[in-house]
Design a protein around this ligand. Structure first.
Ligand SMILES: C[S@@+](CC[C@H](N)C(=O)[O-])C[C@H]1O[C@@H](n2cnc3c(N)ncnc32)[C@H](O)[C@@H]1O
Length: 222
């Protein structure tokens, strides 16, 4: 399988039932209206180690609610968490700070974490890339193209792939369910069980097995 030195990923994070209830009182988030979301165990169990070169950098988008999971996933994929590479300040069309409702504070930022495997410093090409990216908030979940460009400037022409991509970009391989993918990836966490208890939402097979107290789960359709 082809090996990449840059992995750029924007996972379809799912929210836990408690977070959801806090936001909108429903089990499924509004994200599910836009695309299927995935449990963190499913994301964690993608065989990313198979596509990473010995020296490889990971750029992983996360929301602040998923920060802990994002670091766990960074490590599960074989990377050491290093820093926050980019912070996106979302702007409106009129260049004002855009705001999303949050349970505690009004939110205007998303983060892209940086992890490495092997030694990536020797591939670094630029010292003038800013962490902060100010860019307009456009389509739901769409990340600013400036971040992809910054990664290209930072590391030059290394073999790179965007995971969970929704569009093809020149110079990048892509994988996702909304694009024609260059590679196949299947999570080892493929069996999902959808629990119907309102306060405990076991989406993974393992979570359901360890829950053990739920009489209402229903296996997914065959
Ligand atoms: C947060 S969005 C990515 C947005 C993208 N970075 C952009 O800027 O437009 C997550 C993507 O993961 C995709 N996705 C969800 N489940 C998937 C699966 N099982 N396999 C591949 N892609 C999946 C979603 O359909 C969605 O396109």
């Amino acid at each position: 399988m082809k090996k990449y030195q840059i992995i750029y990923a924007d996972p379809p994070w799912s929210f836990s039932s408690k977070e959801l209830q806090r936001y909108n009182g429903k089990r499924f988030t509004s994200m599910d209206k836009h695309y299927p979301t995935q449990h963190k165990d499913w994301i964690k169990n993608l065989p990313i180690r198979r596509i990473t070169a010995d020296d490889c950098a990971l750029f992983l988008w996360t929301t602040d609610a998923h920060l802990k999971e994002a670091i766990e996933i960074t490590e599960a994929w074989g990377f050491k968490y290093v820093t926050i590479a980019f912070v996106w300040e979302k702007k409106t069309k009129n260049n004002k700070t855009a705001v999303n409702l949050g349970a505690w504070t009004l939110k205007s930022y998303e983060m892209c974490l940086f992890g490495t495997k092997g030694t990536m410093l020797k591939y670094k090409k630029a010292n003038n890339i800013y962490q902060k990216v100010e860019a307009e908030r456009t389509k739901h979940s769409k990340k600013p193209s400036e971040v992809r460009k910054n990664i290209e400037l930072l590391f030059g022409e290394l073999p790179r792939i965007e995971l969970f991509a929704r569009q093809k970009t020149e110079g990048w391989d892509v994988w996702g369910n909304e694009v024609e993918s260059d590679i196949n990836l299947t999570s080892r966490q493929s069996r999902a069980v959808y629990c119907r208890r309102p306060e405990s939402f076991c989406i993974s097979y393992e979570a359901m097995m360890s829950c053990g107290e739920c009489p209402l789960y229903k296996p997914p359709p065959a």
